[in-house]
Design a protein around this ligand. Structure first.
Ligand code: ATP
Length: 331
């Protein structure tokens, strides 16, 4: 029996989190869920944005399955998602992008993993207004922060027999910040002579990804480029509804899909649960339950291939619940 924190989040979060829980249960893995929540809905009910019980549960279980929490654009409200990643030093944001047979996409063989640095860059939240017409933000890159995410990417490449790691940067313009990240990549790559280090500037990377994505295996990059490239890559394999993710630190793991709270479709029972279900599968793999994790991937593939119970974003008309039940039936 595993003790795991569940943070359903808001928007489509609770719907897809429930789907992931049900699918995990169907694999037979026994989990004692500790459900806690944060965000604007919690603020309205409990008068606090992130109740202490969220931190207490995370610090006890050290592992969570988390839905998205809305960050309103342009308000003073800071991202709770970013705060949790920083507070617990969850420096590795790992996002596997893999084509699922049966989803109509321009490229059938995309299979890459993005390693996004998760704690620094423009995400440190240091912005200030200089005068009425000027605002500034600080982009912080450190040697320590860069080395650890780059090492994580190379370790993954080595363990999974990948022959190439692509570092994405803009060091021709940001010579000091992106220059440092690139320098770190060159240093780490020396310890892996059997793995090629490919250096690609971020704008060129966008073009390469939409023209020939299957040339990439492992991508490592800074926080903001990683965020943008993740959505771009999600678009290559069917959209945000199908891409899972993990935030890993030294001694804590928070599993979280790439998508946000998708307020446009929240509460309608039409969100695609695959991203969150595969996020659950990543969590089972992390727990050492590789066979059960694999059975989820297979059940998702079978359901998509059958094509009877797929959600609107994939061209079908099934509800979130119908698709979840079909996946459970295929386990
Ligand atoms: P954030 O910046 O908070 O990560 P985002 O800008 O990536 O959020 P999302 O909330 O993820 O935006 O949604 C972007 C678009 O993708 C929306 O139109 C939304 O409906 C769609 N989308 C996101 N997740 C899903 C899903 N699971 N199923 C179907 N559509 C989705």
């Amino acid at each position: 029996m595993y003790n795991i924190t569940l943070i359903p989040g808001d928007g489509i979060g609770p719907e897809v989190a429930e789907a992931a829980q049900a699918v995990i249960e169907a694999t037979g893995v026994k989990i004692q869920w500790e459900t806690v929540n944060a965000g604007i809905d919690v603020l309205a009910k409990e008068g606090i944005l992130v109740p202490d019980k969220v931190f207490e549960s995370l610090e006890k279980t050290r592992i969570a399955l988390k839905g998205p929490i809305t960050t309103p654009i342009g308000s003073g409200f800071k991202s709770i998602n970013v705060m949790l990643r920083k507070k617990y030093d969850l420096f590795s944001n790992i996002r596997p992008i893999k084509a699922i047979p049966g989803i109509a996409v321009p490229f059938q063989n995309v299979d890459l993993v993005i390693f996004r640095e998760n704690t620094e860059d423009l995400y440190i939240g240091q912005e200030k207004t200089i005068d009425e017409g000027t605002a500034e933000a600080i982009k912080r890159i450190t040697r320590e922060g860069s080395l650890r995410i780059i090492k994580a990417a190379f370790t993954y490449a080595h363990q999974n027999h990948k022959s190439k790691v692509t570092v994405v940067h803009k060091a021709n313009i940001m010579k000091l910040t992106d220059g440092l990240f690139l320098q770190c990549a060159r240093e780490v790559s020396k310890d892996y002579p059997h793995i090629q280090l490919q250096e690609v500037i971020v704008d060129n990377m966008c073009m390469q990804l939409v023209m020939n994505p299957s040339q990439f295996q492992v991508i490592v990059t800074t926080n903001l480029y990683g965020d943008i490239l993740s959505d771009l890559c999600a678009g290559l394999v069917g959209g945000l509804g199908v891409v899972p993710g993990a935030n890993l630190g030294k001694d804590m793991a928070v599993f979280e899909a790439v998508h946000g709270s998708a307020p446009d479709i929240a509460g309608m029972n039409i969100a695609n649960p695959i991203a969150m279900i595969l996020t659950g599968a990543m969590m089972l793999h992390y727990l050492g339950e590789s066979n059960k994790s694999h059975s989820i991937y297979k059940a998702v593939e079978a359901t998509v291939l059958e094509g009877k119970f797929v959600t609107k974003d994939l061209g079908g008309s099934a509800s979130t619940k119908d698709m979840t039940n079909a996946i459970i039936a295929n386990i």
